[in-house]
Structure formats: C-alpha cells, structure tokens
Design a protein around this ligand. Structure first.
Ligand code: GKR
Ligand code: MG
Length: 434
C-alpha cells in the first residue's frame, strides 16, 4: 500500500467563552485535519492542533508522505519523537498546549501516526485499538469538564451560536453546568477547571460540586497558585480531592520542584491528595526528575503532543512500573480526536481515572464526522468493531469548517488577547496569581 494523496485541512469551530488561568477562549477554536489517501482506495484521518503552524509543519512533510508505505512510514519519521534528552527547560507552563516549540515535531508525528493507523485499520478491517495491542475495554470513561464561563455560545457575527450552557461564574453556576452535562452525557466524574476566581470561591465550588453531584471531583488551576496557596487549598479540600474519594489536584503550582514541595508538605501534614500534571510533565525527559521527587502521582497523557498513541502506551507502562497513575488531558476538539483518544485509552491497560474531554463544548454544527457527533453514553465512548478510528469525514462539513477558518481572523490560540478584549484590557497571565 502506498500513500498517493495528502490533504491538510485548516478548520475553525465555534468555542464558547470559557476561562482558565491562560485567559479566555476565543470565539473559534482552531483544528487541523490530516487526510492520507492510499493507492488501495482507503483514507486515513487524524485531527490535531490548529492554526497556521501545525498545518505548515504537516505540509513540510508532504514529500516524505507521498509514495510512502503507511506500515513503515512512522519508522522513518521516528527521529521526530526519539532522542530528546532530559534536563532541557521544556516546560509549557506559560504556553497554551499545542504551542510548546519543544514538542512541535512530536505533535506533527502524532497526526501522521494516527492517520496511518486509521488507514491501516481501514485497509485490514480492524479497529485501531486492536491494531495497537488489542482493546482491554470496550467503553472508555470520560469526565464532565466544567469551566467558569461568560455568557455566549461562541462563533461571531452571523455565525454567533446559541449559548447552550449560559453564564457560570459562581459555585452554583458550575453545579448547574455540570448537572446539564451529566444529564446529556451521563458522566460519572468531574474535572473542574480552576485558577480563574479567588481560591476561596474555587474551594467553595469544589465543595458544592462534590456535595450536589456526589461523584469524584478533580481540580485543575493550571499553575495559578503559589506553593503556599496550593498547600492551603489541598488541606481545605483533602476529602473532596483526596485519594479515597477518587479526586486529585492538577498542576496547582508551576514546576516539578514546586509540585514536589506541595506534595511533601501535604503528606507530612497527613493529607493524601494526589497531584496530577499535564503542565509540569509533558514529555519522557520530564519523568526521571518528577518521579525521583515524587512531584506527580498521576501523569495526564495526550497522544496529540506526547508523540502519538504508541508513545502513550509506552508512557503508561513506565507509569505503571513506577506506581504512578495515568489519565488523559484534552483541549478543544472534534469527533476525530475524540475517537483517537478513545482508541488509545481502550488499548491502554493502565488507565487510572476517567479521561478529560472538551467534547461537550463543541457543537453539532461544526462536527466533521459523517453521521454527526460521536455519542457519549453513560459518560463513556463505546468502541465498536468498525475499522480504523471507526469514523469517516463528512466532506460538506469539512468544507464549512475550512470556510469558517478562512473567514475568521484567528490564526493561533491566544487566550490572553481574548481576555484583554472582553474582560480586562490590562490582563496578563501572571504566575502565581494567588
Ligand atoms: O481549554 O482552557 C482550556 C484548558 O485550560 C486546556 O487548554 C488545558 O490544556 O485542559 C487543559 C488542562 O490543563 O488540563
Ligand atoms: Mg491540566
């Protein structure tokens, strides 16, 4: 089998004004879809970060993709994910995920790998999860992912969307938002995006979420807090975020030594609040010092920037060996990414918590998967026996996504600029904020 066509599609999808310590989401999230067609008539697809740079990186690879054998292709590109030593300053603390130059080639590789696996799966009639080792679960659990949110449904001008969830800038608003997500998707866990309001309001938000929804709650302020504040919040929420109740505290503060200090002080005070990370730990080179310092008890993987599905499986094995948990991080995405996340999670035995997904924040109108949105039922994505990722592209919808991209002014994610435009003209991302 040979790759005969390469298509790189730049898309924009409506995204509501949700907040994090990075700032405010723009009215459109950007995504890229890679399409590889083969001489045997099959098409493999992948979805990754959007804007100009990820698409340009894929375009640059075009000469190496055309004519390549998809079974062997990723072997020839392996230098894009291997051979990077530890010790560099590779933290993405100040950068939104997808903008870390140090994992740029790993992100490009991941898109190629995913599209090749989809292509191979479609050619041999097997689902991706069964190609990469075999599924250990048929249903992959995801969490409700509530955010503090301003009024608005995303999109702009005559493409402004209805506000499905409404404004949510109080603990009660967040409870309402999660109830709505749970009613629609059946989630059984909550991953709460914090680092936006004063920590005392966020403590109260977690308490109310736990008391009202009675399900495990995880909290992620994306490094907005000092070490002292992190310890204070960890102590205040030691039950709600504690190991026994299935919670964790994610990236409360920046850096591996900072996380290690928070963990040490909480443990010495008798509070077993596990710390998770997708900011302090973002690549294999980060693992030795994070594990040696016991800075992170759960690594949040993401095949999009860890270098693909098989790198995630290797990460899982390393984490299992070291007694460290594994779950999955997410960013704004559509159904192709959701299916790739679900397939790798289905074929990864060591998955300790329900995965994150932004999928409830995306809309039917933007979905590019033929047949519409991927169902999340009982909080899980079901893995069928359909070949590859189990989804095909809807080319009309893809064309609409491209048009939206051409029309909108956004070319890379910039939550700070959006924050200055709509909330506070002087806003800067300051770490720690509290
Ligand atoms: O969508 O604003 C967001 C999130 O903050 C996202 O960019 C993060 O990558 O989901 C995230 C996380 O840190 O877990
Ligand atoms: Mg996070």
């Amino acid at each position: 089998m040979r790759i005969t066509e390469v298509h790189v599609h730049k898309l924009a999808i409506a995204d509501p004004p949700i907040r994090s310590s990075y700032g405010l989401h723009q009215p459109y999230a950007l995504r890229t879809v890679l399409e590889l067609k083969s001489d045997s008539g099959f098409t493999g697809i992948a979805e990754t970060y959007g804007g100009e740079a990820p698409a340009a990186a894929l375009e640059e690879l075009r000469p190496r993709l055309l004519g390549a054998d998809p079974f062997k292709l990723t072997g020839t590109l392996v230098d894009m994910v291997e051979g990077r030593g530890s010790g560099d300053d590779r933290s993405q603390t100040m950068l939104v995920p997808g903008e870390n130059p140090l994992d740029a080639t790993a992100r490009t590789f991941s898109a190629v790998e995913t599209a090749c696996l989809d292509l191979i799966g479609k050619a041999v009639g097997q689902p991706v999860c069964d190609l990469i080792g075999g599924r250990v679960r048929d249903a992959v659990p995801f969490s409700a992912y509530p955010f503090y949110k301003h009024a608005g449904g995303g999109g702009e001008g005559d493409d402004a969307r209805e506000d499905e969830y409404g404004e949510a800038l109080t603990p009660e608003g967040l409870v309402r938002q999660v109830r709505q997500m749970v009613a629609t998707y059946g989630f059984k866990d909550i991953k709460f995006k914090a680092g936006v309001l004063h920590p005392d309001i966020e403590i109260e938000t977690v308490r109310q979420l736990r008391a009202e929804l009675k399900m495990p709650v995880r909290m992620d302020p994306n490094c907005a807090w000092s070490i002292e504040t992190s310890i204070r919040v960890g102590k205040a929420l030691s039950v709600e975020l504690g190991r026994e109740t299935g919670g964790y505290l994610e990236d409360p503060t920046a850096s591996i030594p900072g996380m290690a200090k928070v963990r040490r002080e909480l443990m010495e005070a008798g509070f077993d609040v596990p710390l998770a990370s997708n900011v302090a730990v973002t690549c294999f080179g980060d693992l030795p010092s994070a594990f040696a310092q016991d800075a992170v008890q759960i690594v949040l993987c993401d095949h999009h920037y860890w270098g693909g599905m098989r790198q995630v499986q290797q990460l899982a094995k390393i984490c299992a060996t070291w007694g460290v948990g594994l779950s999955m991080h997410s960013n704004s995405h559509l159904g192709v990414s959701l299916m790739a996340m679900a397939h790798v999670a289905a074929a990864t035995p060591h998955l300790s918590y329900a995965c994150d997904t932004h999928y409830p924040w995306s809309q039917e109108k933007d979905e590019i998967v033929l047949g519409g949105r991927v169902p999340i039922v009982g909080g899980s994505v079901h893995i069928s026996d359909k070949p590859g990722l189990g989804v095909e592209l809807d080319y009309d919808q893809l064309a609409r996504g491209r048009e939206r991209y051409a029309k909108c002014p956004y070319r890379k994610r910039d939550d700070e600029a959006e924050m200055r435009k709509h909330v506070d003209p002087t806003w800067r991302r300051m770490l720690p904020r509290w």
